[in-house]
Write a protein of this length. Structure first.
Length: 135
């Protein structure tokens, strides 16, 4: 039997993206992405719980995200899960991050209004655009 490692997520960027470069010179951005879950507790009170997700963007996706995204901006990401480790020797911690393969900015953000939009790696027309209304 085969396996599938695929993630689709849409949320809000937790902090302004900062472009960095790996040792090999490849640009990357690490995002904290917030998603929200609404539910009712035992007393019937509506609650909102926030989950934070670690997302890595590489190459052109990272460059465009650092230029056009800002804290609080909504973003749609398709990618896969990948493990990574960080820390000093003796205090190494292991994590799982979402590695973005395709990224779409949600209309109303600077990127969605930009003419560079079509150059975005893995970009396909936004499912949220007026050309493709939601049902």
């Amino acid at each position: 039997m085969g396996s599938i490692n695929r993630v689709t997520i849409m949320g809000l960027i937790g902090a302004a993206p900062e472009l960095k470069f790996a040792k090999n010179g490849k640009p990357f951005v690490k995002l904290s992405l917030a998603t929200h879950k609404r539910f009712k507790d035992q007393q019937g009170t509506t609650k909102r719980e926030t989950q934070w997700h670690s997302v890595m963007l590489w190459g052109k996706n990272a460059e465009l995200c650092s230029t056009y995204c800002e804290k609080g901006a909504p973003i749609y990401i398709e990618g896969h899960l990948a493990p990574y480790s960080k820390g000093e020797s003796g205090s190494l911690t292991h994590h799982i991050s979402i590695v973005a393969d395709q990224v779409q900015f949600i209309p109303g953000t600077k990127m969605a209004q930009s003419s560079d939009r079509g150059e975005f790696e893995g970009h396909s027309p936004s499912p949220f655009s007026s050309d493709n209304p939601l049902p």
